[in-house]
Design a protein around this ligand. Structure first.
Ligand SMILES: C[S@@+](CC[C@H](N)C(=O)[O-])C[C@H]1O[C@@H](n2cnc3c(N)ncnc32)[C@H](O)[C@@H]1O
Length: 247
């Protein structure tokens, strides 16, 4: 499976929104689940008939989300590993920057697969644990992440209830090879795999320094840790002939 590197957020959104729109059917609203929805929805599906359900562990984030945007048709407080949702309920399950915070990722993937309708779409966006970014994130303490968000990224609410960053786990099941094997075993088709880079396009002094640093870590890892992207986005389709009773 080839990786398409995307450096532009609007390009990424166009691709993802296009994939979701392809699932639209006349006279029926698409059922979308945003898993680990946090306090903001990143996509825009204007003109599409859909209902959006959001699930998250963090009640504060859900309250912030509804107070600011009121864009969730259904609000579910729950853990993706243990919550009970109906089988074959959703046309699309979208999850961004969530699975790196969860232990026992295979349990979540099995739930997604069960909650998805035959022919449905799973969009999973996650920092690659085997990129320079992922390697540093999983080998540094949480307090450092809070400082980075607060003092380098300038997010003064960082670490407060309902706000980023959340502690990371980086379950081994998220390794790219394992994700590909999982999909193969479950009969899931990976329609596309995008590598998203959040720092290559920028030209400020700070970003140039980050770029040099990332390149150096890549060299010291003998090229094992990817530097030219930091996030992976899997666009996965469930077979339309999948017999749900067997799952
Ligand atoms: C980094 S935030 C991402 C939020 C949002 N998806 C976004 O892209 O801005 C991670 C979110 O995942 C949620 N989360 C982490 N583990 C979870 C779990 N086991 N079940 C449900 N939500 C979880 C957190 O509460 C948090 O809102």
């Amino acid at each position: 499976m080839n990786l398409q590197v995307v450096t532009d957020s609007s390009h990424e959104k166009t691709i993802l929104e296009g994939c979701i729109r392809e699932k639209a059917r006349p006279d029926t609203a698409l059922q979308i689940l945003e898993a680990g929805c946090g306090n903001k929805w990143q996509l825009s599906l204007k003109g599409l008939q859909y209902t959006l359900a959001g699930i998250d562990l963090d009640e504060d984030a859900l309250q912030l989300r509804q107070a600011r945007f009121r864009d969730l048709d259904e609000v579910i407080v729950g853990d993706l590993r243990t919550v009970s949702l109906p089988r074959a309920q959703y046309d699309v399950i979208y999850t961004a920057y969530v699975l790196e915070h969860v232990s026992n990722v295979p349990l979540v993937l099995a739930n997604f697969n069960r909650w998805l309708k035959p022919g449905g779409l799973m969009i999973i966006k996650v920092p690659d644990r085997d990129s320079v970014y992922g390697f540093i994130a999983r080998n540094t303490p949480h307090w450092l992440h809070v400082y980075y968000y607060r003092f380098i990224k300038g997010n003064k609410n960082a670490g407060k209830p309902g706000y980023l960053p959340y502690p990371t786990v980086y379950d081994k099941a998220l390794a790219r090879k394992r994700m590909l094997t999982y999909c193969e075993q479950e009969g899931l088709t990976i329609k596309a795999m995008l590598g998203k880079n959040n720092y290559l396009r920028k030209r400020s002094v700070r970003d140039r320094i980050i770029r040099i640093f990332v390149r150096l870590v890549n060299l010291f890892s003998f090229g094992k840790l990817a530097w030219h992207y930091n996030d992976l986005i899997y666009i996965i389709e469930k077979s339309s002939s999948r017999n749900d009773e067997t799952q």
